[in-house]
Design a protein around this ligand. Structure first.
Ligand SMILES: [Zn+2]
Length: 58
């Protein structure tokens, strides 16, 4: 029993076999979409301002 390990592309849910050259994505396009998502999140989520009252300094 040696079934190929199949996972899903995190972008389009297409099945991708372990060892695929684009793994874990199905294609360069989806890889780029994923990178774009990360860049977008980093851009839209500002760093949390530190509120001194949130620090537990007893
Ligand atoms: Zn894909």
């Amino acid at each position: 029993m040696s079934e190929p390990i199949i996972t899903q592309c995190p972008i389009c849910r297409k099945q991708v076999a372990l060892g695929d050259r684009h793994f874990p994505f199905c294609s360069d396009r989806c890889r780029e979409v994923d990178l774009g998502n990360w860049a977008m999140e980093r851009y839209t989520i500002p760093g949390d301002p530190i509120d001194i009252n949130d620090l537990d300094l007893e």
